[in-house]
Ligand binder design. Structure first.
Ligand code: PLP
Length: 470
């Protein structure tokens, strides 16, 4: 399997290259040059398989010849071995035709673990083959950083340094990062905002000498391997509810459009998916697009669902490329226009195509809180603010003919104790394996918003580990 750029000006690459590179050289996103297709018989043959085995089979065509199937199967098995639920991605029935799929049973209690746990192991495998090392640097406002740290901690060929805004993440989120004491993990609290952290990371990548010396790499949500590793749970839900002999629909709380794009990919591969609901908070650019072809940037407003406080959903570019019949020139022009003007002029034909599958939905904080309370009262289910928006969206846009709707549950409610308590009067407890989170030792440094200071901290981390390994 080869990968091409959505902007058409970068050479095709294999899975291993795409994994390490993240972004294509022309600034575009990698997509498979052809979509794999599974027949109904192929899907049926996966019914009842353990999650890791099924995941390896779904991902295999994307990996192609880059990694042997035995290795991929071992990686998928190990990635999910320590999850806190034997079903890995359990379905909970909320109403006759409404289900919740819990994606939060990984080490950091958020759905990012589903892909990151696979990614860390893929990195190790590919880097061992190439006898290389990388240094992952990233900025986080919460969930992504901790999932990346958990995925990379203790890996032989990866160092990871995560920047977070000092005092501006929740205590659970900070401690999930800073209590991982593996020698290849570093945490920097920047005296500044999340945007300052992001600018520092961008500046490190822009410093080409530093970048090549440190072998900088990223695991952000545009990495194709993350999308590929998110397809299997849609397959798991669909098979459990009767696919391929019965269609299903999904509702996905959406920020960077990665999770819902994986659902679209499953559909593109032949899974009978009748509808995809894109659920947003007050940052509703995707809902406005789907409703009236208005893709225009507004200021990001903070909400109860911070992982969806996004205006530019980077993975949308992959869908746009498909909506435009894979016309890379048109995609590039549109994306650059969007960057310059804050408005994306999507042709009506492409917009109608999007609307034939995707439905938009938005819910403000008051509505989110009401939905958390309603759900708790109706069936005793505690859904975090992100997931509550997805469930509200599923209820607002029911399918016809009893097609089951599955709402993705993307975080454990204990990650958002204040919002949960306000809505329900109950403070959800951390699961037993995390109950000691507040008693663990922490390690992080506080640095000013200063590139040189951050770069020397990265150098120190990398220097320590390469010397130790030499
Ligand atoms: C990251 C995240 C999302 C958004 O997922 P995307 O793939 O960016 O659309 C939703 N909910 C939670 C809890 C998240 O951490």
């Amino acid at each position: 399997m080869r990968y091409i750029s959505t902007r058409g000006q970068a050479p095709a690459r294999d899975f291993a290259d795409v994994l390490l590179a993240g972004l294509a050289e022309d600034g575009g996103l990698f997509v498979p040059d052809t979509w794999p297709h599974f027949t109904p018989a192929d899907w049926r043959a996966m019914r009842g398989l353990p999650y890791g085995e099924m995941a390896a089979r779904v991902m295999q065509p994307f990996v192609g010849g880059a990694i042997p199937f035995d290795v991929l199967r071992r990686i998928c098995h190990e990635a999910y071995a320590d999850f806190g639920h034997p079903a890995i991605v359990p379905l909970v029935q909320l109403e006759t035709s409404l289900f919740a799929q819990e994606l939060f049973h990984g080490p950091t209690l958020a759905f990012k673990d589903m892909a990151m746990q696979v990614l860390g192991r893929l990195f190790d495998h590919v880097l061992t083959q190439r006898d290389a090392r990388v240094t992952i640097v990233g900025a986080t406002s919460g969930d992504t950083g901790s999932a990346a740290i958990e995925a990379c901690a203790g890996r032989d060929r990866v160092d990871i340094m995560i920047l977070h805004p000092h005092g501006r993440t929740s205590l659970v989120q900070r401690r999930q990062m800073t209590t991982v004491l593996a020698p290849n993990v570093g945490n920097i609290a920047i005296e500044g905002t999340f945007d300052d952290c992001q600018d520092l990371v961008k500046a490190m990548f822009a410093d080409t000498g530093f970048r090549s010396q440190m072998h900088l790499s990223a695991v952000n949500s545009i990495n194709w391997a993350r999308i590929a590793a998110q397809i299997p749970y849609y397959v798991a839900a669909a098979l459990a509810l009767g696919a391929p002999d019965r269609a299903v629909a999904f509702s996905v709380p959406t920020g960077n459009f990665g999770n819902v794009l994986a659902a679209w990919a499953a559909r593109r591969m032949g899974l009978p998916v009748a509808r995809l609901v894109v659920a947003s908070n007050r940052n509703d650019i995707l809902a406005r697009f789907l409703e009236k072809n208005d893709m225009s940037v507004a200021a990001v407003e903070p909400s109860l669902s911070p992982s969806m406080d996004i205006q530019v959903s980077s993975n949308f570019e992959r869908l746009l490329f498909e909506l435009l019949d894979r016309d890379a020139d048109a995609t590039r022009t549109m994306v650059l226009t969007f960057r310059q003007t804050g408005r994306m002029p999507v042709p009506d034909t492409a917009w109608h195509r999007a609307r034939s599958v995707f439905h938009g939905f938005r819910l403000d904080d008051a509505g989110t809180e009401a939905e958390i309370r309603r759900l708790h009262g109706a069936c005793g289910y505690l859904a975090d603010p992100h997931s509550a928006i997805g469930i509200a969206a599923a209820r607002a846009l029911p399918t016809n003919g009893g097609v089951p709707m599955v709402a993705m549950v993307t975080a454990h409610p204990a990650k958002f104790p204040d919002a949960m308590e306000k809505a329900t009067g109950q403070r959800p407890a951390l699961p037993p394996r995390m109950a000691d989170l507040f008693g663990r030792d922490e390690r992080f440094v506080v640095l000013p918003n200063n590139l040189a200071a951050v770069q020397s901290a990265v150098r120190a981390l990398v220097g320590r580990n390469t010397t130790a390994g030499a």
